[in-house]
Design a protein around this ligand. Sequence first.
Ligand code: GAL
Length: 421
Amino acid sequence: MSTSNLVVRRLAGALAAAGLMGATAAQAGEVEVLHWWTSGGEAKAATALKGKLLALGHTWRDFAVAGGGGDSAMTVLKSRVVSGNAPAAAQIKGPSIQEWAREGVLAPIDDVAKANNWDTLLPKSIADGLKYKGSYVAAPVNVHRVNWLWANPAVFQKAGVKVPTTWDEFFTAAEALKKAGVIPVAHGGQNWQDFTTFEAVALGVGGTDFYKKALVQLDQGTLKSATMEKVLATFKKVKDYTDRNAAGRDWNLATAMVINGQAGMQIMGDWAKGEFLAAGKVPGKDFVCSPAPGTGKAYTYNVDSFAMFKLKNDANVKAQKDLAAAIMSPEFQEVFNLNKGSIPVRLNMDLAKFDDCAKQSSADFVASSKSGALLPSIAHGMAAPSAAEGAIKDAVSQFWNTDKMTPKEAMDRIASAAKQK
Ligand code: GAL
């Protein structure tokens, strides 16, 4: 058993002995929770959730399906639900929440939400996405910022360049890093990671309005525009600065390359910070977080949430509702997000224990929501219906992986993928 599991069990035991457990033996239920948090930082965060549940006297059945971005987890979830064996809760985000709710398999948790004032504790736009026909069906854990660049400052110093804030600076820095004998860009060649890089380039090169029209509204004219062509050409140029072994590499192994100085930088959401922290690295000293080039005034968000499935057993329903309530508690929001690299989704939380990357994320979240530059991440399931998102993601990866494909050809494929329903 890992040390953290041991700590969790001891905590549960101590609370039980003190009679402080939320559920009596008769009420104790089991929650099976589907997620894909298997990297170092992610697993620490998931353990915090499990600890909350155990402390309430319930049993946690872990249903972890490895695979960053969650594509494998979603495939497994579909087969479980189809065979009538849904877990109590599953990590489901964005428009997919509505898609699952339309299937009639999700359970309303309004009693929990009302008793705990969720409507006043959540930004309205986020709360709306967690509701189906006016009822909450999912509980949110965090806000991840996706448009980040993670850099190793010692490596940059050795190469004599500064961390880039524009795409011109990015390529200048990448050249210098290459000359200094390091891999400029740590990348994992999996379609969702290609898509994460693409989304950052689209926002940085095309700007906020372009991002909205192309990747949120899926507007055909914008998807086939000169700006899109420029975005795709820039995106493909990034590949020249990745290494030959990138294909299939997990995102956290790419982060490890930046941590150990083998690579200079990585474009990734702030779950990457969870890896730096889990490795004992200090923000601002051992690693730097900077908005992806050209995106300093904008914010692509990714809210992790757990959708609740209909269950038959009363004790398990009680455990499921306790899970939903625990997720929104201030203590959980703090400890989970300190490990996960994200910020609390619950408003007005004290960020004293959080680092400067989290504080910047929080300030930029507020500023961008006022300026209209707060944007849902398409690469992380927040912006488009899942069918269109999957098809565009595949088209983007094909372009990344096919030497002879021109940006014009890619543009046509992406535009027709966007019509997928
Ligand atoms: C995202 C998810 C994050 C993180 C990441 C890598 O889609 O929202 O919580 O886990 O994938 O696995």
